[in-house]
Design a protein around this ligand. Structure first.
Ligand code: M6R
Length: 614
């Protein structure tokens, strides 16, 4: 987690950095800070809480300077307070550093430095790295870049860092390993650095994504120089950003989450672009086309992810198995990697991740790769670590997702998995032509149907008003609606802080039924399909115990309407496509409940968008 921003050039650094930090606040908001190159000194300001606190704190302080580094923190080592906030600085304040990641061997490095007489101010691993660089610099007389390189050779862990020195005021040194870092190349020899491209986009579209163990030496008015940790110079690969400014602004919505929920008809359509043509009976995912044969003949296909992306994997499992008759195992990335899994060359591991930076998912992939498996990725963020280490993959093209609670990324992931399953099913002859054609046509009109569900917004707001004070909630679904139930429960938990559980509807009678009383709202996906009658029976069981039933049903349903306290109709669609529609009312419900409970919708407590720690 954590977001980092830096600038060196002709303009005032403070406004650029603060604006950038606000864009990166989704990565963590425990504290923020900035260091500005002053006149023969570095001015460092840090404050607990959000960037706005830092702005207030610095209002009457010297914020001038054309070189600076800034940080917004998601606390790992040390509680969120002013002292532990970044930037950290060397004992004599000659160096300042910002860091996203974790220095795993910080304790042993700290002991070495303590034995040399250094005293530390904070509890962080980052301060240790700063002192180490400073110690090397002082003992060897090396320049900043070389000192950073030597220090990083001693470091075990993950880092994206930017460092500035009072003694080399026209220079920034940056480096990365396993945490993202982008360098934007401005027009007049100015440079912008950030954890992702959102703070950079309005200044330049020319960017270089640093690769693992690359060190950038950035001098004002000069060319960007890149070196490996082995000191071998590299040629920067300059890319053109495809991101647009509107995509990262609220566009009139009160919260990013609401904007992103409403963007889903378009994000799903974007996901189809060039991949789906129902009238020609064509579905194709260019990125993984050449791996299809391998997937079909694989010994095992394992899908790994965390959080919402893990729920998308569960939907993928149903789709691959039912449509393409390909066996899939779904694993939590964090469990998979520590289980000494049996993986071989004929296995395929597919990682799903919005950010493409989730540490557990990344580490699980690296493990699978080291055992010879083919690794594929489904990511949203272009150029992210997962998209770079995988053999091949498909982007979800959902556009930037800024709200910490994932919404449009989930439906885009499910869309990619549906396209993949259909393509594999066709290739394998596992699906008959009429079913295949019907599914393509059904998929093609999903954006319009999502739009129809979004029109239920006020209905969901009303339901939210009825249950906003609940302490617990149960979400039930069967088949591919079970992951939708899990996702509904996660959305409610993470943004409204109401305890919620998702269960396969039939499992309720094996325990959770004991929780049901007149206070308990039970959200059920009861759309028409294979398990409809069974789910109706489950609803009856809840009703008999006086639970409150809120059911998502297919348009025109009469049976559930008679029993449920509330029903929300969604348009009829193929059973396999229901997750793309049924998930939307739950997103709206959680959103409205969170607003009614005055929770911070876009930045819920204790969370961060991109979880780059294990
Ligand atoms: O970026 P990723 O998709 O890898 O992130 C995985 C989870 O951290 C993420 O889905 C998390 O559960 C969200 N807060 C859910 O809304």
């Amino acid at each position: 987690m954590c977001g980092i921003v830096a600038y060196i050039g002709q303009k005032e650094a403070y406004p650029i950095i603060v604006k950038g930090l606000k864009r990166l606040e989704y990565r963590g908001y425990d504290s923020s800070g900035i260091a500005l190159q002053g006149n023969n000194s570095i001015n460092i300001y840090k404050k607990q809480g959000k960037v706005v606190n830092l702005e207030e704190f610095t209002e009457n302080l010297d914020r001038s300077g054309t070189v600076g580094i800034g940080h917004t923190r998601w606390a790992t080592h040390g509680e969120p307070n002013d002292v532990n906030a970044h930037p950290h600085y060397s004992e004599d304040k000659d160096l300042a550093i910002i860091h996203n990641g974790i220095i795993e061997n910080y304790d042993s490095l700290k002991h070495q430095l303590l034995s040399k007489g250094y005293t530390f101010r904070s509890e962080t691993d980052t301060e240790v790295l700063c002192y180490l660089i400073d110690d090397i610099r002082k003992n060897t007389g090396a320049k900043l870049g070389e000192s950073v390189r030597m220090a990083l050779q001693q470091v075990v862990g993950a880092y994206a860092i930017v460092i500035m020195s009072k003694d080399e005021p026209n220079k920034l040194i940056a480096a990365r390993k396993s945490s993202p870092l982008v360098v934007g190349i401005g027009k007049e020899g100015d440079f912008y650095l950030a954890s992702d491209a959102t703070p950079i986009i309005e200044y330049t579209k020319q960017v270089v994504y640093l690769a693992d163990e690359e060190i950038a030496v950035i001098k004002r008015g000069s060319e960007l120089k890149l070196y490996g940790i082995d000191d071998v110079e590299k040629t920067p690969y300059i890319q053109e950003l495809e991101l647009h400014l509107e995509a990262i602004e609220k566009g009139g919505y009160e919260h990013f989450m609401l904007k992103e929920i409403h963007e889903q008809p378009r994000s799903i359509e974007d996901c189809f672009r060039g991949r789906l043509n129902a009238s020609e009976g064509r579905v194709s995912l260019g990125g993984i086309k050449e791996y299809e044969e391998k997937i079909i003949n694989a010994n095992r296909v394992i899908m790994i992810a965390c959080g919402t992306s893990w729920h998308a994997c569960l939907v993928g499992e149903y789709l691959f198995e039912d449509l393409a008759r390909i066996n899939v195992e779904v694993e939590y990335a964090s469990e998979f990697r520590y289980r000494n899994p049996i993986i071989g060359e004929n296995d395929i591991v597919i990682a799903i991740s919005q950010s493409g930076e989730t540490a557990d998912t990344l580490a699980a992939l690296e493990l699978a790769k080291s055992k010879g498996a083919t690794i594929l990725g489904i990511c949203n963020v272009v150029g992210s670590s997962i998209s770079r280490i995988t053999d091949a993959g498909s982007y979800t093209h959902a556009g930037p997702e800024i709200g910490v609670a994932s919404t449009k990324a989930f439906t885009a992931q499910v869309t990619v998995l549906t396209l993949m399953a259909l393509s594999l099913a066709k290739q394998k002859n596992a699906i008959n032509e009429s079913k295949y054609r019907a599914m393509l046509s059904g998929l093609e009109v999903i954006p319009q149907k999502v739009q129809q569900v979004l029109e239920k917004n006020s209905e969901m707001e009303f339901i939210a008003s009825q249950y906003q004070s609940a302490s617990n909630a149960l979400y039930l679904g069967r088949g591919s609606s079970f992951p939708v139930a899990l996702e509904g429960a996660l959305k409610l938990k993470e943004i409204s802080y109401i305890h919620a559980e998702g269960y396969p509807a039939a499992e309720m009678k094996h325990g959770p039924i004991a929780l049901i009383d007149e206070e308990m709202p039970v959200f059920v996906i009861a759309t028409k399909g294979t398990s409809y009658e069974k789910v109706v029976s489950n609803i009856q069981e809840v009703k008999a115990r006086k639970g409150k039933i809120i059911a998502i049903v297919t348009e025109g349903d009469t049976q559930v309407k008679e029993i449920a306290d509330h029903t929300v109709e969604i348009p009829e669609t193929d059973e396999h496509l229901v997750p793309l529609l049924a998930t939307i009312p739950f997103q709206l419900l959680s959103y409205h409940i969170a607003v009614m409970r005055e929770c911070n919708v876009d930045q819920p407590r204790n969370l961060a968008k991109s979880v780059t720690v294990e």
